[in-house]
Design a protein. Structure first.
Lengths: 267, 108
């Protein structure tokens, strides 16, 4: 027993000493790293990155294409499509992905792309709001955010958004659930370490809606929040609620400067 | 369920060149193993069980797919082209419905 333990310890030390430190320092992630801020892309496996890098192979692009169709489809009693008002998305939506969520003065609330789309649908199109993670919603959100592809994240946290930002920060650092863990315990203190079979990332939001291989479809950032909350055995909030909106703003701010990657691919 | 497929075939190639063909289709690929969380009943299997590629009417690549194939299946393969022509890709669903897409190639 003793000998076995010694051998194991030796292997462990060797494995730790050689690759982990060196590869971390040597690897150049280019635009996916800004200072100490690293996109989830840099934590993903090479194979997963390859799927994201090729627009053809990236299954998230199927949703972007679907979103483009929906963008042009008339819906609701007002007889309008997104295109009727917003015309060419590549022009009118080009800064949305990098700046949302924003504080909307007219409703006095923080608003993300999903909620903004549903407000447009109910108020202007007189159409039924979509469910948060429905195919149409994911499609249009992916399509809209895709127009900002490659732009650096740049969310505003002053003015009306300041109080939301503070709430989001509190949420991020607040212990919760049976496991009594806050977001930061994984994504700040342990980013890059393994959690069972997975590598923890910094929990950046710049690639959402992200195609998750586990989900076999894209999902919203709020869906991801729900998953994280469940994993620490806390009761998750509903998608689109104020708590998650505030958290979304804080998470996006954490990734300030990272390029918009929508639709990113993760395991 | 299957929607518009995507295929990528080079527009031009030289005779005898080995080209890479890529295809992707949106599909749920319901395995038949999952249960409805509320009713407890099995969700019936619904997958694409066959993928065929023909070139000028002749089958050049075909594959039988099984429940372990992921949703939104991606398929890539190589082919040595000798002449100009048209590829036709066909995906066959469990319920017998098919989706197909064509792509032309000029060989010089």
């Amino acid at each position: 027993m003793k000998r076995k333990a010694l051998v194991l310890a030796g292997v462990g030390a060797a494995a730790l000493a050689v690759p982990s430190v060196m590869t971390f320092a040597a690897e150049d992630f280019g635009k996916y790293q800004v200072g100490d801020t690293r996109s989830g892309y840099t934590f993903a496996k090479v194979e997963t990155r390859a799927i994201q890098d090729d627009d053809f192979e990236n299954p998230g692009m199927l949703w972007v294409e679907h979103g483009e169709e929906v963008w042009e489809t008339v819906d609701g009693k007002a007889g309008k499509s997104c295109k009727s008002c917003h015309a060419d998305a590549s022009d009118t939506m080009k800064n949305v992905g990098s700046t949302y969520p924003v504080f909307a003065k007219d409703i006095g609330k923080l608003e993300n792309v999903e909620n903004r789309i549903n407000r447009c649908r109910t108020d202007n199109m007189k159409a039924k709001p979509w469910k948060y993670d429905s195919r149409d919603m994911l499609g249009v959100v992916s399509y809209v955010k895709r127009q900002s592809f490659g732009q650096p994240m740049n969310v505003k946290i002053d003015g009306g958004a300041a109080s939301w930002f503070k709430k989001g920060e509190e949420f991020y650092n607040q212990r919760r659930g049976q496991l009594d863990m806050a977001c930061k315990h994984c994504h700040v203190d342990n980013a890059g370490n393994m959690i069972r079979a997975n590598t923890l990332s910094q929990g950046q939001g710049n690639g959402f809606p992200t195609y998750r291989l586990k989900w076999q479809k894209p999902g919203s950032l709020h869906r991801r929040f729900r998953g994280c909350n469940k994993q620490v055995r806390a009761k998750p909030y509903k998608t689109g609620t104020d708590e998650y909106l505030a958290l979304e703003l804080y998470v996006m701010w954490r990734g300030q400067g990272l390029p918009v990657e929508t639709p990113a691919v993760r395991n | 369920m299957a929607s518009k497929p995507r295929v990528r075939v080079p527009k031009k190639a030289k005779a005898g060149e080995i080209i890479t063909i890529k295809s992707l289709i949106s599909h749920k690929m319901e395995t038949g193993q999952r249960k409805d969380k509320k009713s407890g009943e099995k969700i019936p299997r619904k997958i694409i069980n066959k993928f065929v590629c023909t070139f000028n009417g002749k089958v050049v690549f075909s594959a039988d797919w099984h429940p372990a194939v992921s949703a939104n299946p991606y398929m890539s393969f190589s082919y040595k082209v000798m002449e100009s022509g048209e590829f036709e890709f066909t995906w066959t669903d469990d319920d017998g419905k098919t989706v197909s897409k064509k792509a032309k190639i000029m060989v010089s």
